[in-house]
Design a protein around this ligand. Structure first.
Ligand code: GLU
Length: 562
């Protein structure tokens, strides 16, 4: 679906007909979000409806069996919340359990499809608690449309069809096989694009949420016991137990904010690495006048890639779940430290072998790199009261663990932990597996304010560790280059997660690639990069305010402003 670009004028804010703006990865979800706003709901109400629909129509990306982070701006109180619905490891999992899967792609996928990779899902409780605290509409009202869509069915989208067709493991699960495939002679083939998928089990789950609430059904009652018995039926080892569900809690954290030029950028701090790493990169880049570079010039790509590489060294050494480990955030974001890091960059020569920063009162931690696959979804919403919600939601890999229970997919988020517990010197890794711990994420739901504390932009993306590059580059394009969001999301991508520069395939000229190689990026790669950046930008001039949206053409999203 092509990107939609809208502008509306400030007077619409004062007009009771104005409802707000929504950008999600799926037109059905965007429409439900706008409908809820139109009925007098706020961003939180719309977020609940949108997440229910996304879990249904984009089951590869997010849903009731997964986790999420939301940054919520409550205009009236001028408060900003970072709501942590990240999955947690079960209490009974041995902390060295992942070691046996280390070191090979095969081992990695053995764990992905094993019940041992499933963390306690956080998304359902996040929705319930967020609504209980901040919602406006009646809880039951948010369930009508998602329940009827699940019962009546929705057409399979091209992206869902491609991902089902490509997946090697989905057929191993009986429910997933029945749901996503049709039997042709003795073979099971993916259902075609446009075929209507009905999901009565999902509708039943939502009806129970509507009537009895989420904590009593998903974290205690029947839905939980069905889920656990589905896990027990699956080959592998299951450590999840009813206690893990009963003890699961959403954490209302403070967002991690920092200034970049005249703007305050707020995103998800630990257990996500998103905000800390993005703010480090911005803190390095702030020492350069980026607007003087030509957009997508090799020099600019090199500079951003180097700043990203340096920041990933710290990310991969120091970040982890703050409820378990000390994270030296303020030292990592110290402007002088970042200035020093900026000085270590040469515009003419790539850095070879830099080390992570050294911080006071924390021992040097071992460096590790984690795997990450491409699923996840991001949506942004603003309402007529000036509230804003930026939410990233995930089941980790596409179709998570490939285990389907009651119409939704269970995550494999625990594979975001380091597979090693300790390094060669016996030092425990910051992101090592521990019972009850949340794995380190890269999800970066972001809200940006201008110097007068007005909402400037909401954005985020799927993409595993690449999320950090996608979001960072979009921020630079919005702030330094003053691009409108539609152009900012279309721009070619490049990423660096500490393993060298990767350019989006077929988007950069031979001249640019040659120059980058000359600077020292000899081993740069070109790959297809599936970001799914969704943006709302609030733009003011002297007399009016405009709302602009950006929908990533690499996915199937849609924007609506009403
Ligand atoms: N599991 C990843 C994270 O939390 C997200 C996966 C993705 O975006 O594909 O960082």
């Amino acid at each position: 679906m092509s990107a939609v670009f809208h502008i509306i004028l400030f007077f619409l804010f004062l007009d009771s007909a104005y409802a707000g703006a929504v950008v999600t990865a799926n037109p059905l979800a965007t429409k439900v979000g706008i409908d809820i706003l139109r009925k007098g709901g706020n961003v939180v109400d719309a977020g609940v409806g949108i997440q229910y629909i996304l879990g249904l129509v984009e089951p590869q990306s997010s849903g009731l069996g997964g986790g999420s982070f939301a940054i919520f701006y409550h205009k009236k109180s001028d408060e900003l919340y970072a709501i942590d619905g990240r999955e947690k490891a079960p209490k009974r999992i041995p902390d060295n359990f992942f070691e046996q899967y280390r070191g090979s792609r095969q081992g990695f996928f053995k764990l992905v499809t094993n019940p041992a990779s499933v963390g306690v899902p956080g998304t359902p409780l996040l929705l319930e608690e967020m609504h209980a605290k901040f919602g406006k509409l009646d809880w039951s009202e948010l369930h009508h449309k998602p329940i009827s869509l699940a019962r009546e069915g929705f057409p399979i989208s091209p992206r869902l069809n491609i991902l089902v067709a490509r997946d090697k493991f989905l057929k191993n699960n009986v429910d997933a096989k029945r749901y996503f495939f049709s039997k042709l002679n003795e073979n099971f083939i993916p259902k075609n694009v446009g075929v209507i998928l009905n999901n009565p089990s999902y509708a039943d789950v939502l009806a129970q949420f509507r009537d009895q609430g989420i904590s009593t059904t998903f974290y205690n009652g029947k839905i939980m016991s069905n889920l656990l018995s589905d896990l027990k039926k699956t080959a592998g080892t299951n450590f999840l137990h009813p206690d893990d569900f009963k003890n699961y809690a959403i954490v209302f954290r403070k967002p991690l904010c920092g200034f970049y030029r005249d703007f305050r950028v707020c995103s998800m701090g630990p257990p996500s690495s998103g905000a800390a790493t993005i703010l480090q990169i911005l803190g390095i880049l702030e020492n350069y006048e980026l607007a003087k570079f030509e957009k997508n010039s090799p020099e600019l790509i090199h500079l951003i890639s180097e700043a990203t590489y340096l920041s990933f060294l710290d990310r991969n050494s120091y970040l982890g779940d703050p409820d378990f480990v000390n994270v030296p955030i303020s030292q990592m974001l110290d402007k002088n430290y970042l200035k020093q890091r900026a000085r270590s960059i040469s515009l003419f020569k790539k850095i070879e072998n830099a080390s992570p920063g050294k911080f006071k009162n924390v021992s040097q931690k071992a460096y590790y790199t984690d795997h990450s696959m491409n699923s996840t979804t991001h949506f942004v919403i603003i309402d007529k009261w000036g509230n804003a919600l930026s939410m990233t939601s995930s089941v980790e890999s596409a179709f998570g663990s490939r285990i389907m229970s009651q119409g939704f997919i269970l995550n494999n988020q625990l594979t975001d932990f380091a597979f090693r517990h300790k390094d060669d010197n016996g030092i425990k890794l910051q992101n090592s597996l521990e019972p009850g711990k949340r794995p380190l994420s890269s999800m970066s739901p972001t809200i940006i304010f201008d110097k007068d504390n007005n909402l400037f932009a909401l954005l985020g993306s799927p993409g595993g560790k690449n999320i950090i590059s996608y979001v960072l580059q979009t921020i630079v394009r919005l702030i330094d280059f003053d691009f409108n969001p539609e152009i900012a999301v279309k721009e070619p991508r490049f990423v660096n997660t500490g393993r060298g520069l990767v350019l989006e395939k077929d988007k950069f000229s031979i001249e640019v690639i040659d120059r980058l190689k000359k600077i020292g990026h000899y081993d740069l790669k070109e790959k297809r990069l599936f970001s799914g950046i969704h943006v709302i930008k609030v733009k003011k001039d002297e007399i009016q305010t405009y709302i602009e949206t950006g929908v990533d053409p690499r996915r199937e999203g849609m924007a609506l402003i009403e």
